[in-house]
Design a protein around this ligand. Structure first.
Ligand code: HEC
Ligand code: HEC
Length: 433
C-alpha cells in the first residue's frame, strides 16, 4: 500500500515537471506543444497558411497555392479531401519506371517523377503560347490517387528513434511466425547529404525528416524552389529567380518555418464524448483482440531530449523528448492488398543531385520491394476523414477495413465474421480517434 502511494506520488511529480515519458499534449486550439512560444507558433502557422503567387515563384507546375489548401481539417495542419494523381509504367525490363510526360507540344518531357501536377501558371500574359499543363499519356498505365495526410503531432513521430521502429518490425515478424513483417526503408535526409533515416512520413514512408518533407512539398505541390530543392521541375514560363524561398529577417527560410510549425504542433485529440463510452472501450479491446493493433500500434515514445536525429542536423528538444503518444500506427510498410504498384520516385523526393551522392544504408532494391506496400495509416484523427485509404476510394470505415487483405487478411477476416454489435463497437472506437 505504502509502495503504491509512493509510486503514485512519483508519477504525479514526474508528470508535473514534464519529465520522463509524460504524454504529448493534444488539441486543435492552434497553440503549440511548448517547443516554441504561442506567438512564434502562430507566426509559423501564418507561413503555412500563406498564399504564394507567380511573383513569389509559384509553379510553373503546381497543385495549390499554400500548404493549408490541402492540410486543413479541422484546422491548419489537419487533413483534407484533396487527392493527387500519380502514374508510371512497367518497362520491358519488368520494372516500374517513372512517368514521362510531354509538355509544350512535346518540346519538353518531364521525367523523374510519378506526381502529375494538376495546375500550371501559363499560358499567361508573358508566355501566351506556352502550354505546359500535364496530362497522363496512354503509355503511363499504372495510375493512382493519393489523398492528403494530416501533419499535426508529426513532430513526435519524427523524434521516434530509428531503432524503435526497426525493433517493432523484428519483434512482430518473429511473433507472427513471418506472417506479418513490416518493412523498414532507409530514406535520404535531404538536408544532410549522405545520411539516411528510417522513413515514416507519406503514404510510402518516403521521408524521415519534416524539413526534407517540407522542401519536397514546397517544390512539388507549390512550385517554390528552396535551398534544399533548388531546381525547378520545368523552366518553361519560369520568371522568379532561384531559389524562390529566401531567408526572412529572422534568418529562417519558409521551409524552416513549416518544419517548426509541424514540430511544435499538438497531437490530434480524441473525441471527448465518444472516447469514454462503454461501446468504444469495448471496441478498443476487440481491435486488439482481432489483431488490428499488430500494425496499428497504439503507443510510441520519442527518443530522449538531446538525441541527435536526421543525420545529426536536428536535436530532439526538451518538450519533444521522452514523450508518449498514441498514433495507432507502427509507421512500417505492408502489403495489405491495396498496393498501387508505384515505386517511390527518387529525384522527385530527394532532388536532382540525389544520384551524385552516396547515401548510407541506401538500397534502391528496398524501394522496389515496397512497390505494392503502404505505410500503416495512423488512425489518430481518422474521424476527420470521409474518404479513406491512400487512394481515398473507401467512403466508410467498414469498407476500408474490408479492403484489408494479404498481411492484414486474418484480422480483416475476423472482423467480417464478428457479430454486428461487435463490429459496431470497433467502428465507434475508430470514430473516437
Ligand atoms: C495539393 C495538396 C497539398 C499541398 C499544397 C501540400 N500538401 Fe502536404 N501532403 C499532401 C498529400 C497528398 C500528402 C500525402 C503524400 C504522399 O505520401 O503521397 C501530404 C503529406 C504531407 C506530409 C506527411 C505527413 C505524414 O504524417 O506522413 C507533410 C509533412 C506535408 N504534407 C507537409 C506539407 C507542407 C509543409 C506543405 C506546404 C509547403 C504541403 N504539405 C503542401 C498534399 C498537399
Ligand atoms: C498488416 C498490417 C495491418 C493490420 C493487421 C491492419 N491494418 Fe489497417 N491499415 C494498414 C495499412 C497498410 C493501411 C493503409 C492501406 C491503404 O491506404 O491502402 C491501413 C489502413 C486502415 C484504415 C484507413 C485509415 C485512413 O486514414 O484512410 C483503417 C480505418 C484501418 N486500417 C483499420 C484497421 C482495422 C480496424 C484493423 C483490424 C481489423 C486493421 N486496420 C488491421 C495496415 C494494417
Amino acid at each position: 500500500m505504502k509502495l503504491l502511494a509512493a509510486a503514485v506520488l512519483l508519477s504525479v511529480a514526474l508528470a508535473s515537471t514534464g519529465s520522463p515519458n509524460s504524454d504529448a499534449p493534444t488539441g486543435f486550439d492552434n497553440k503549440g506543444n511548448g517547443m516554441v512560444d504561442d506567438t512564434t507558433h502562430q507566426a509559423d502557422q501564418e507561413k503555412f497558411d500563406d498564399i504564394e503567387t507567380v511573383a513569389d515563384g509559384l509553379g510553373p507546375l503546381y497543385n495549390a497555392q499554400s500548404c493549408r489548401e490541402c492540410h486543413q481539417n479541422p484546422t491548419s495542419g489537419g487533413t483534407s479531401q484533396v487527392a493527387e494523381l500519380r502514374v508510371g509504367h512497367q518497362g520491358s525490363d519488368h520494372l516500374f519506371h517513372n512517368a514521362e510526360i510531354p509538355i509544350a507540344h512535346g518540346a519538353e518531357v518531364i521525367t523523374g517523377r510519378t506526381l502529375v501536377n494538376d495546375r500550371s501558371i501559363c499560358p499567361n500574359a508573358a508566355s501566351p503560347d506556352t502550354e505546359i499543363q500535364e496530362h497522363v499519356p496512354n503509355s503511363e498505365n499504372i495510375r493512382t490517387t493519393r489523398i492528403s495526410l494530416g501533419v499535426l503531432g508529426d513532430g513526435f513521430v519524427e523524434a521516434v528513434a530509428d531503432e524503435t521502429l526497426v525493433g517493432l518490425a523484428q519483434k512482430q515478424c518473429k511473433e507472427s511466425h513471418h506472417k506479418i513483417c513490416g518493412q523498414v526503408i532507409y530514406v535520404p535526409i535531404v538536408e544532410a547529404p549522405g545520411q539516411t533515416g528510417v522513413g515514416r512520413f507519406g503514404w510510402k514512408d518516403q521521408h524521415a525528416s519534416l524539413l526534407s518533407f517540407s522542401g519536397d512539398a514546397y517544390l512539388n505541390e507549390i512550385g517554390i524552389t528552396t535551398r534544399l530543392f533548388p531546381d525547378e521541375v520545368t523552366k518553361l514560363c519560369n520568371t522568379a529567380p532561384e531559389p524562390n524561398d529566401k531567408a526572412g529577417a529572422d534568418g529562417l527560410d519558409d521551409v524552416d518555418h513549416f518544419a517548426r510549425f509541424i514540430r511544435a504542433s499538438k497531437a490530434p485529440a480524441r473525441d471527448s464524448k465518444l472516447a469514454d463510452t462503454g461501446q468504444s472501450q469495448k471496441g478498443y479491446k476487440l481491435f486488439n483482440k482481432i489483431g488490428c493493433a499488430e500494425c496499428h500500434v497504439r503507443t510510441l515514445t520519442t527518443a530522449p531530449a538531446g538525441t541527435k536525429i536526421n543525420g545529426g542536423t536536428y536535436t530532439v528538444p526538451e518538450t519533444i523528448g521522452s514523450k508518449t503518444f498514441y498514433p495507432y500506427s507502427d509507421f512500417l510498410l505492408y502489403n495489405v492488398g491495396t498496393g498501387d504498384g508505384i515505386v517511390v520516385p527518387m529525384v522527385e523526393h530527394y532532388g536532382q543531385k540525389m544520384y551524385q551522392i552516396t547515401w548510407r544504408n541506401f538500397s534502391a532494391q528496398s524501394f522496389h520491394n515496397a512497390q505494392n506496400k503502404l505505410r500503416t495509416a495512423p488512425l489518430w484523427g481518422v474521424r476527420f476523414r470521409n474518404r479513406l485509404m491512400h487512394d481515398g476510394e473507401s467512403t466508410t470505415l467498414r469498407d476500408a477495413i474490408l479492403r484489408h487483405r494479404e498481411e492484414a487478411y486474418e484480422s480483416a477476416h475476423r472482423f467480417e465474421r464478428m457479430s454486428a454489435s461487435d463490429q459496431q463497437a470497433i467502428l465507434e472506437f475508430l470514430s473516437s480517434l
